[in-house]
Design a protein around this ligand. Structure first.
Ligand code: F6P
Length: 361
């Protein structure tokens, strides 16, 4: 197909997730095959547009990456051009370098820039679009917390990883008559915990959207014990606030804090209140790695092709999204307006309760 557009850029921003490479491949192949465009890969998120760290992408370069986790372009969740940490002679200060991004988009001759990212990257993309950058967004994140799309790619793979882990923990829990806690990712939304908990037959699911109490969790475990069930599985989202201490974080150097630790805390409280031997497994970044599931490969491919189509049609300032059964375009503003949370009274929670799952409340 003929188009006035000549060159398109693509970058991956924020935390990685399975399916990023599948999107990069789809964008590159669709752009070259279908529209005869040149494709420029931006390295390490928006940072690559500040430092001019880019590469040419051709069919050979994206061959064999469909099934690979991670991103061949690299990514970071630090280089926000509007709030960029500059280190100068041992001093640190935040500066606005968005003008450099806009200049580099011009200098590279990019007629469109495809930004693949979560809510943080989409916010940056929207700001850049408001300053004139020809941006198209694609939603990613294992947390599935973007409201504008039915589902983000990466979530399904993370769900498989977490469910498989719960299946494995089941057998050892049963052998040792223990309570097993598995802490999964999910900063503000409990989708991974909820769905992996249901799929894996978790007895207790703790998510940020439903406040829990230790008494509530222990009551369920003791009830199971009294009914002759000698083991229990508790799935907890890392962002589920402790009833007294709130959201649990740990220091990871450089003054940065990351979520994590709620599993250990709940585990030791369960053990001391009930006497049930308890072990804790934190899945962490295992959920972000590995080969994307077939569902994620297909969704990534659909998003990638749609984004190129949107760029060619001049539909800038929008994000591709899944509105089942179709892939649509929504304004970035809409995409970042609200986070997608688990509805506490929604169908999934109600049905989980119906089969005896406790939310610790
Ligand atoms: O937003 C995705 C996510 O995986 C969260 O679930 C998690 O809290 C966070 O990223 C971890 O980020 P980092 O890789 O920077 O530790």
């Amino acid at each position: 197909m003929r188009t006035r557009m000549r060159r398109i850029g693509v970058l991956t921003g924020g935390g990685d997730c399975p399916g990023l490479n599948a999107v990069i491949r789809a964008v590159t192949k669709a752009a070259i095959h279908h529209y005869g465009l040149e494709v420029i890969g931006i390295k390490d998120g928006f940072g690559g547009l500040i430092n001019g760290n880019v590469c040419r992408l051709d069919e050979g370069g994206v061959s064999g990456i469909l099934h690979r986790g991670g991103t061949i372009l690299g990514t970071t969740n630090r280089d926000n051009p509007f709030h960029y940490l500059l280190r100068d002679n041992g001093e640190e200060r935040y500066v606005d370098l968005s003008y450099l991004v806009l200049e580099n988009i011009d200098m590279l001759g990019l007629d469109a820039l495809v930004v693949i990212g979560g809510d943080g990257s989409m916010r940056i993309a929207m700001e850049l679009y408001n300053r004139g950058a020809p941006i198209v967004g694609i939603p990613k994140t294992i947390d599935n917390d973007l409201m504008a799309t039915d589902i983000t790619f990466g979530f399904d793979t993370a769900l498989h990883t977490a469910t498989e882990a719960i299946d494995k923990l089941h057998t050892t829990a049963e052998s040792h008559h223990r309570a097993m806690i598995v802490e999964v990712m999910g900063r503000n939304s409990g989708w991974i915990a909820l769905e992996a908990g249901i799929a894996g037959g978790g007895d207790v699911i703790l998510i940020p959207e439903i406040p829990f109490t230790i008494d509530g969790v222990c009551a369920k475990l003791l009830q199971r014990h009294d009914a002759g069930k000698s083991f229990s599985i508790i799935v907890v989202a890392e962002g589920a606030p402790h009833p007294q201490l709130g959201v649990i974080e740990k220091n990871c150097g450089n003054g940065r804090k990351v979520l994590g630790g709620i599993g250990e805390l709940v585990g030791s409280e369960i053990e001391s209140y009930t006497g049930i031997e308890t072990r804790v497994t934190v899945l962490g970044h295992l959920q972000r790695g590995g080969a994307p599931s077939p569902f994620d490969r297909i969704l990534s491919t659909r998003f990638g092709v749609k984004a190129v189509e949107m760029a060619v049609n001049g539909e800038f300032g929008k994000m591709a999204c899944l509105r089942t059964p179709e892939i649509k375009a929504v304004p970035l503003e809409e995409a970042v307006a609200e986070q997608r949370k688990v509805p506490p009274d929604g169908e999934l929670v109600r049905y989980a309760r119906s089969v005896g799952t406790s939310f610790g409340d």
